[in-house]
Ligand binder design. Structure first.
Ligand SMILES: Cc1cc2nc3c(=O)[nH]c(=O)nc-3n(C[C@H](O)[C@H](O)[C@H](O)COP(=O)(O)O)c2cc1C
Length: 355
């Protein structure tokens, strides 16, 4: 008797995509090129918007639309002062999926859901997943500690089954995934798909400068480190000269640099100082940060830009998952997704004993 295709999951139907593979929102990395390449390859591409002004975000959405007819998502920072306006823009632009780096107010969820937008917050702890499910999230993206960027202390192998057991909505597994075996493993835990950041950064469709990609390819599995010295919140990054310097320089020097960066970011995303302070208060509430840590947090996007766009491996911040140590080539998004799906099918056959 033939059984249903295990790789055709609830997530595929929810997102309207062929494969249960998500390319996550990554500031300065997942622009229209990467997002549309993923969408055209049958995965869910997500455009990052935390580092864009509202008009830039809308222009980015239209640029993706110009490159693909397939559904895609946009990553929002839930604590952004204009998050409600951004949510309305997603509705107006007909975006299929809204993902969130930090949770917004519940009414933003309601606004999106009433308009039929699929809402997928990222979480790093079970209690957050439960809260988001209670608010009506359509799915949660669960990121284990080995994942790149802001990350929690619990590894994917522990967090994923914990969250799957706690909520009924589809769970997308993130943190450490790069191949088809990982997809099958995530499904075995009860997830409905995988989301990958670092693996998609390391494709030919990503616009990150070649020598920056090379720094990732050169890393081994101990080549990343979790530090709160960059922005006050634990973040997994490549162990670059910047990280070594920060560790040696201490907190006062770090804070001084962070204030400079916060000023630059405010200009770049076009927010006013009252906006910055409002966003700061929201982050203080959500994450329990000190004002010093907040200034540092505001600095992160500029430091990522220095690395990912300006190509300054020495002074920029290069968020990276530990999985960088397992990656040594740069496929296109289409090659990557085809390979993940073919490996997943082969893995399922192997488990079933099919020759
Ligand atoms: C360079 C980089 C930038 C990131 N920026 C964001 C972001 O803007 N918003 C967000 O929700 N997550 C961000 N993340 C986290 C990713 O979306 C994703 O959850 C993570 O990369 C998964 O782990 P992996 O790197 O092992 O695949 C970023 C990750 C990286 C590597």
């Amino acid at each position: 008797m033939s059984r249903a295709n295990p790789l055709d999951t609830r997530a595929c139907r929810l997102f309207g995509v062929r494969y249960p593979v998500v390319q996550t929102g990554m500031g300065w990395v997942s622009g229209p090129e990467l997002t549309s390449a993923t969408a055209n390859a049958g995965g869910l591409g997500i455009l990052a918007s935390g580092t864009l002004s509202l008009p830039e975000m809308v222009a980015g959405i239209r640029a993706v639309r110009g490159r693909t007819d397939a559904p895609f998502g946009v990553n929002l920072v839930g604590t952004a002062p204009d998050v409600e306006d951004r949510a309305r823009a997603l509705v107006d632009e007909g975006v299929r999926v809204a993902s969130f780096a930090l949770a917004p107010k519940q009414r933003v969820f309601a606004l999106l859901k009433d308009a039929g937008v699929v809402v997928v917050p990222s979480i790093g702890a079970r209690r957050h997943a439960e809260k988001m499910a209670g608010w009506g999230a359509d799915a949660v993206l669960v990121q284990g500690g080995e994942g790149g960027g802001h990350t929690g202390p619990v590894p994917t192998s522990i967090l994923l089954p914990q969250v799957v057991d706690a909520v009924d909505i589809p769970v997308i597994a993130a943190g450490g995934f790069f191949d088809g075996r990982g997809l099958v493993a995530a499904l075995a835990y009860g997830a409905e798909g995988i989301a990958m950041g670092t693996r998609f950064l390391l494709t030919r469709d990503s616009t990150v400068p070649a020598h920056v990609k090379q720094a990732y390819l050169d890393a081994d599995v101990t080549g990343t480190v979790v530090t709160d010295l960059i922005d006050g919140v634990p973040q997994r990054v490549l162990r670059t000269p910047l990280v070594e310097t920060l560790t040696a320089a201490g907190r006062v020097a770090t804070l001084r640099r962070s204030i400079t960066g916060a000023v630059a970011l405010r200009r770049a995303v076009g927010s006013s100082w009252p906006d910055v302070i409002r966003q700061g208060l929201a982050m203080r509430r959500q994450r329990g940060l000190s004002w010093g840590q907040l200034l540092m947090a505001a600095n992160t996007p500029m430091m990522i830009r220095t690395g990912m766009v300006d190509g300054r491996v020495d002074i920029g911040s290069l968020a990276s998952g530990q999985v960088a140590g397992l990656i040594d080539e740069l496929p296109s998004c289409a090659e990557l997704i085809d390979r993940v799906m073919a490996d997943a099918r082969k893995t399922l056959d192997r488990l079933e004993g099919t020759p």
